[in-house]
Design a protein around this ligand. Structure first.
Ligand code: NDP
Length: 646
């Protein structure tokens, strides 16, 4: 199923060649060819052995000894990259009150947990959010072309509860932000929300069995329960490029898009202020893939600085038919969620309801396994691994063929071909990205895996050539693999002064990824140490929200002061996580470096634990947690009166 669905070749365009640069010394440079494809164009088909060698060669040249430390933390002189460009700060009086549940983070984690708490009859819920509105990642990421790669029918939470019909199979970011606001309104979460407010400290007070929450607004609130939904991927990072602080042109990170500078808006109005401007983008991950087509339309000249090409699979978006949507039976969303998760993680189902790039690879693997089994071959790990590899090789060959088919200039096309297994990096799905390189004035500057060499006052240096720019946009991603406290922006201090950083100094320890020993009445909301389903993060969050709401409602109904995981239950859960499996796509050392494999560095015990998932996989986890929750036993948790009073 290869092809150029949705891609229109615009004949007569100037092919995207690498532009004339200026030597860093200031001399005019020669026309640069596709940056350092030293091994030359690679013609497929390669046999499996040659393909493995090519993958390894491409991986090896990208390995860096500094791994994840190569990135610059956005603090100090760089902290302006975090400023909220979307709202004016409104002053307010500090709060010194108490609520039943405080939730840190107004993204999907806070929204679904808040909604489930309200449904469970827990009304007194306050969401504290550093952005100026709900939406989390969809509040911050308003870059042009922003949309979701996971089908809206399963990605958007609470569709049945809100009655919202997604307009398209894959929704654009403004619709997702509006859906976040819809949930917040419907469940009354705006009523007591503290927006544009950053938590600075969270500490357990054992005397009163309450959490004390301090914020950058001078608040000193108290809460009986606190939940943390601070987001796995939300703190922007900058590339560690020498001279990055020297650039005198305009710069911003994609998660804080500066429409005042570019013109246009998130709804798609053209970025008319970029006409005649020379714009550079560092990075070619999922974000860059979505905004490049819009920038290509708008910029005078666009230079895309690439270290590793993304894999760009077919997207094939389409409108959702309201008549069809109305035929769905109650309970449909849960059915779709489980169907997607089952198929995407290698299980069997009669229908593929979502039918997208995520389920496609799994389908191919299943077909191969079935064919081998039909031949009488025993279904051992070798058969499955071979099916996995063959399916992946086939898929990646199609992805590379698609590049060659769409991109006019052969050198540019060659540089855009990914040489790694599809799940080594976040797969991308787009039908206009590759074609953007056929737009006059759009140039791919490939760095042959080395990354940008330097940044000067006036531009970006690659291979000794200076690309002069008016504006430099960092599509360099978000922190992954740094400490929880650093990403959250505050420390959490539990019983006896132990911090979450102390407790997790050798890796995350929890029950279900939610409860942590020594941190009573605290809930962590995220995919890790639970289902760890990365293809549809909201599914993890909705399940966690349900679980937390059930526990809080039970604790409140029982009149207890504290709920905490036992030491044994936490240890046993961590032992289970370490017992094998559950790490299917993370930590593969053969992969090209990226955040899925700790930038190619050995996976420390800490990194393994931080990214661990239920060994039997996401479907088994969702079934397990549903039983655990509905049994009413809450095995592993202690419900008790205040330790101070007891
Ligand atoms: P990524 O981390 O995926 O990409 C960062 C990019 O910056 C990479 O291409 C990286 O290259 C490049 N880079 C880093 N340092 C340098 C350097 N020194 N020189 C040149 N290039 C450099 O960030 P994104 O913001 O694109 O995506 C982050 C995550 O957000 C995604 O993985 C995805 O999970 C999520 N997302 C989800 C979307 C959705 O549809 N739901 C849409 C967009 C993002 P290299 O690859 O070599 O490291």
């Amino acid at each position: 199923m290869t092809g150029v669905l949705g891609c229109i070749k615009r004949d007569g365009r100037r092919p995207a060649v690498h532009t004339a640069g200026i030597d860093a010394s200031g001399q005019d440079g020669a026309m640069s060819t596709t940056g350092g494809m030293a091994s030359g164009p690679t013609t497929e088909p390669l046999d499996a052995k040659a393909l493995r060698a090519k993958y390894q060669q491409e991986r090896d040249k990208r390995l860096r000894p500094d791994g994840n430390d190569q990135y610059i933390e956005v603090t100090g002189e760089f902290s302006r990259y975090l400023d909220d460009p979307y709202v004016e700060r409104v002053e307010r009086e500090p709060l010194f009150d108490e609520v039943t549940v405080a939730f840190v983070g107004g993204g999907f984690a806070g929204l679904v947990t808040g909604a489930k708490l309200k449904e469970a009859g827990v009304d007194d819920v306050r969401i504290i959010e550093k952005g100026g509105d709900f939406g989390g990642t969809w509040y911050w990421n308003r870059y042009p072309g922003a949309m979701c790669d996971t089908a809206a029918m399963i990605y958007l939470p609470l569709l049945e509860e809100t009655g919202h019909m997604p307009t398209q199979k894959y929704t654009m970011a403004p619709e997702i932000l509006a859906h976040s606001q819809r949930i917040a309104k419907q469940y009354g979460l705006y009523d007591d929300a503290c927006l544009s407010t950053e938590v600075t400290e969270l500490a357990w007070d054992g005397e009163s069995s309450r959490w004390l929450i301090r914020t950058n607004r001078g608040d000193e609130m108290r809460a009986k329960y606190v939940a943390l939904g601070t987001g796995p991927l939300h703190r922007p990072k900058l590339p560690g490029i020498p001279g990055i602080e020297r650039f005198r042109g305009h710069t911003f990170h994609t998660s804080r898009w500066d429409y005042d500078y570019t013109g246009g808006d998130p709804a798609g109005a053209p970025m008319d202020k970029l006409a005649g401007k020379r714009v550079g983008v560092v990075g070619t991950g999922a974000t860059s893939v979505q905004c490049i087509p819009k920038l290509a339309e708008a910029c005078g000249e666009l230079y895309v600085f690439q270290r590793t090409p993304s894999s760009i699979d077919v997207r094939n978006n389409h409108a959702i038919d309201p008549a069809w949507f109305r035929t769905l039976e109650p309970g449909w969303q849960q059915e779709w969620l489980m169907n997607f998760t089952t198929l995407q993680t290698g299980g069997f189902a009669d229908d593929d309801l979502v039918k997208d790039g995520w389920t496609d690879i799994a389908q191919r693997i299943r077909d191969r396994v079935m064919a081998e089994t039909a031949k009488g071959e025993e279904l051992g790990p070798d058969t499955i691994l071979r099916a996995f590899q063959d399916s992946d090789d086939e898929k990646m060959a199609e992805i590379r063929a698609r590049v060659a088919e769409v991109v006019n200039d052969p050198a540019t096309a060659d540089a855009l071909k990914p040489w790694y297994r599809q799940l080594c990096k976040r797969p991308c799905f787009h039908d206009e990205y590759l074609d953007a390189y056929n737009t006059p004035g759009t140039y791919l500057v490939d760095t042959d895996g080395k990354g940008v060499e330097a940044i000067t006052e006036t531009g970006v240096v690659v291979d000794g050539k200076l690309y002069e720019l008016d504006c430099l946009i960092y599509a360099s991603g978000v922190e992954v693999g740094t400490s929880f406290a650093r990403r959250a922006g505050f420390e959490t201090v539990g019983r006896d002064g132990e911090t979450l950083s102390d407790h997790w100094s050798e890796g995350m320890r929890s029950l279900h990824g939610i409860h942590v020993r020594g941190f009573p009445n605290l809930f962590v909301v995220g995919p890790n140490q639970g289902a760890n389903l990365i293809s549809n993060i909201p599914h993890n969050l909705t399940e966690a929200g349900r679980t937390i709401a059930t526990i809080v409602a039970h604790a409140e109904a029982s009149g207890v002061d504290e709920v905490e995981v036992t030491e044994d239950a936490e240890r046993e859960w961590v032992d289970l996580l370490q017992s094998g499996g559950g790490m299917s796509i993370f930590g593969n050392p053969e992969c090209t470096p990226g955040y899925y494999n700790n930038e190619g560095q050995p996976m420390t015990k800490e990194a393994v634990l931080n990214m661990a998932g239920y060994p039997a996989g996401p479907v088994a986890y969702f079934q397990y947690i549903d039983k655990w929750r509905t049994s009413g036993d809450f095995a592993g948790l202690e419900f008790r009166a205040s330790q101070a009073s007891g």
